[in-house]
Design a protein around this ligand. Structure first.
Ligand code: SF4
Length: 328
């Protein structure tokens, strides 16, 4: 990681602004979970006093900042995680520069516009360069949308591949032009593949900390053709206006706005069932109550804690769920 120019962040933010400022965006979640030994980041957080009984994504983010010497972090203090405010205070205490960013819960356009302007100023991003980046990044997002379509429509992209391409849209691996070339290569290769068989299922909730969830589902007769949050990270309802683009993004604005999007995708993708992933010690677990009640297809709730493979009990539950869907 280039320590001088890397700007870490705790969840999806208007990444165009970081690119336009000449810095390199880095989604701390992605560094944590794609490391060959993500446990080392959790261990670092616990060594520094983080309790066992808290979300391991938060500990992972903290561990990455400390271990990789990231010196500037954009912390999304509203619209993502109830722990981020406290995390940002700890980071500040440790000498890290923290830039706060907030998505207004009520999707107030004026407030979001002000937040975007504040971030642009904080990073000294040039408005003209931002307009150029905005336009170029649209091309990357259309390729990501194509990969998504190739998952549920053409059925040549696996759920895990879909997850990875979309979840990494938050920072585009720090170089959107290179990410675009990689996506184009991937599309060309995937177009030559045979159709994947399996019952169409979807994944909703925060991205999984579990390492083999998609592979397990797909080796047991299901094809994950929808990744709710990851797809939102790639901003599927695009717009030429940056404020509108981030108002269309469902994830920060509460459960009911998300449900409207999920319901549309259930129909469009002909989903037979959903996995609702919840993270141990996350407040979002409570959303399960509403999701289960409002969505009219079968939902299985899967909880993860550490970046590990599925345990036997969860495997048995998922197997039984897929079998039940097959029998319907
Ligand atoms: S899983 Fe929940 S508690 Fe953990 S970082 Fe995400 S929103 Fe926060």
């Amino acid at each position: 990681m280039d320590k001088q120019k890397t700007i870490g962040f705790t969840t999806t933010i208007p990444v165009e602004i970081i690119f336009a400022s000449g810095n390199t965006p880095c989604d701390l979640n992605n560094v944590f979970i794609t490391d060959s030994n993500p446990m080392r980041y959790i261990e670092r957080a616990e060594k520094d006093g983080f309790p066992k009984s808290m979300c391991n994504w938060v500990k992972g983010i903290y561990g990455v900042v400390m271990e990789e010497h990231v010196n500037t972090v954009i912390a999304v203090i509203e619209g993502d995680c109830s722990n981020t405010l406290a995390l940002s205070e700890i980071l500040r205490y440790k000498g890290i520069k923290v830039i706060p960013f907030a998505y207004p819960y009520d999707r107030d356009r004026k407030i979001l516009k002000r937040e975007i302007e504040k971030l642009t100023k904080a990073l000294s991003a040039d408005i003209e360069i931002l307009a150029v980046v905005d336009e170029e990044i649209e091309g990357v997002r259309s390729n990501l949308a194509l990969i998504d379509r190739m998952t549920w429509h053409d059925k040549v992209v696996t759920g895990q591949e879909n997850h990875l391409w979309l979840v990494r849209a938050s920072d585009m691996l720090g170089d959107y032009k290179k990410y675009n070339m990689m996506a184009e290569e991937f599309i060309k290769d995937a177009q030559k593949r045979k159709e994947i068989e399996g019952i169409n299922i979807g994944y909703i909730g925060v991205p999984p900390i579990l390492l083999d969830l998609y592979d397990f589902c797909e080796s047991n007769g299901a094809h994950v053709v929808y990744n709710e949050t990851q797809r939102q990270f790639a901003l599927p309802h695009s717009s030429k206006n940056i404020v509108k683009r981030y108002l269309n993004y469902t994830y920060p604005y509460g459960i009911f706005y998300r449900i409207a999007d999920i319901e549309g995708e259930i129909k469009r993708r002909n989903l037979k069932g959903l996995i609702h992933y919840v993270q141990a010690f996350c407040y979002r677990i409570m959303e399960d109550v509403i999701l289960r009640d409002m969505l009219d297809i079968p939902v299985i709730t899967v909880e993860g804690d550490l970046p590990k493979r599925l345990d036997t009990r969860t495997k048995l539950r998922i197997e039984a769920f897929i079998e039940m869907l097959g029998n319907r």
